[in-house]
Each structure stands twice: as structure tokens, then as C-alpha cells.
Design a protein around this ligand. Sequence first.
Ligand code: 0O2
Length: 248
Amino acid sequence: MKGQDIMLPSLREKEDSVAVLDNDIMEKLKIVMMQSQQFQEMMMMYKCAIREVRTKAEVLNDEMSVRYHRNPISSISSRVKKPESIAQKLYNKGLPFTVEAIMTNLSDVAGVRIICEFIDDIYSIAAMLAMQDDLKLIKIKDYIKYPKPNGYRSYHMIVEIPVFFSKGKTPMRVEIQIRTMAMDFWASLDHELKYKKNIDPQDEEVIAGELLTCAERIAETDTIMQQIRMKLDAVEKSKQKTEIVIEE
Ligand code: 0O2
């Protein structure tokens, strides 16, 4: 696929004026991508990079579960971006449809989502990952401290991780999204709204308003849950201190 740019003859304009690739073109692009050996190899490389990042998160979770008797991570999911989403993103950025353009310019082909119980866990996991010396931190987007206007909250890290293949080491980019269960619940509903076609614009506006209200309530709840967690930790610590004094 390298150097084999695909011509894009027609476009469909969405109401919000974002150019969307025509379905036929999208289908053709998908077929070309799926049949390309280079594209398949690239996807395999991104899957391997995902595995490396997942392992890092799992190791941290296992260690903390032994050390502190609780799991900061409740679940980890991952995905490689669908060929049609890759094509759309390349098109939006005005880039050629080549493996080289994908690997150089797109940072979210490989994605790992880490779901934590508490807000503090998000920052702890992010810090612990960032300090690992084989992992290069490229970019941070803190949508928890600075939520999106629609209410979206999540902590995003773009990292570069070396993956060792038969011909040597390749640095691969992975997008890590870290959020609480509540933030994740909200994001999945919001995602559904984003991809619902034929929705009445008025209904869409009402739902977006309701989602924003939910996002604010969720943020409050996450904060209160965090405070309760801290109080419980303080109780546990003072209990441990008392036990040590009695033993002495
Ligand atoms: P999908 O289907 O998850 O892959 P960039 O060019 O990378 O700087 P981008 O991609 O907009 O700009 O970066 P950003 O804002 O960090 O968003 C990346 C991903 O975060 C999105 O990927 C979503 O997964 C998630 N995200 C960002 N904003 C929202 C939002 O408002 N609602 C929801 N539900 N998710 C959001 P994709 O490629 O859009 O989608």
C-alpha cells in the first residue's frame, strides 16, 4: 500500500459540515487495506504494541493487589482502529492512504482503555506507566481536569513503546485512555449518540443537554466516592498503627 494513494472522487457533507467519506469509497478503501500485506503487517504490529501496554497495566494491578490488598484497575480493554475509521481520519487530516502516513501521523490506531475505581487511581496508574523507562510519553490530554464542553472526562496518554520483532525493535504508538467506571459508562452512551444516524437535531440537542447534566453528576459522585475511599484508608491506617503499638 506504500505510495499507492487512493483517489477520492466524491464526498458527502454532513450537516455539521464535517466531510464524511462516501460509503462506496469507504468500502473500496477497506477492501484495498485488508488485501494489502503491508497493512496487515502494520495491524499485527499495533496488536503486539497493545499486548505490551496491557501487560504493563496488568503487572501494576497485580503488584498493588498484593501490596495494598486492592485492585486499582477494574478492567482493561483494547482495540485496533477499524480500517474505515483509519481511512476517515487520514482523509480528515488530508493525508495519503499509505501505511507510512498512518504510522507517522496517527497516534490512536492502537488503543488501550484502563478502567479504574477511583480518580486517584487514574493518576497513580498514569504516573507509574509514565515513569517506566522503556515507555516514551508523547502527549497527555487531561480531560478530567479540563473536561470537554460536552462533559467528556478521561485521561489520555499517547505513548511510544518498543516492540521487538524478528528484524529488530520498532517504536509503536499507543493511545491509553484511563477513566473511572462512571466516566466510561457516560462515554459509551455519548458514543452511541455520536454514531446515531437519522436522529432529529432537536432530540439530539435535548439528549446532549441531558448527557452534560449526567456528566456533571457523575463527576460529583466520583469525587465523593474518592473522599469516602480516603476516609476508609485513614481508618485502616490508624487501625494498623494501634495494632503495632499493642504488639510492642
Ligand atoms: P474511537 O471510535 O474511540 O476510535 P487527535 O488528532 O488525535 O489529537 P482526537 O483523535 O480527537 O484528536 O483526540 P482525542 O480528543 O484525544 O480523542 C481520542 C479518542 O477519545 C476518541 O477516539 C474517543 O475514543 C475518545 N473521545 C474523545 N472525545 C470524546 C467524546 O466527546 N465522547 C466520547 N464518547 N469519546 C470521546 P475516536 O477516534 O473519536 O473514536
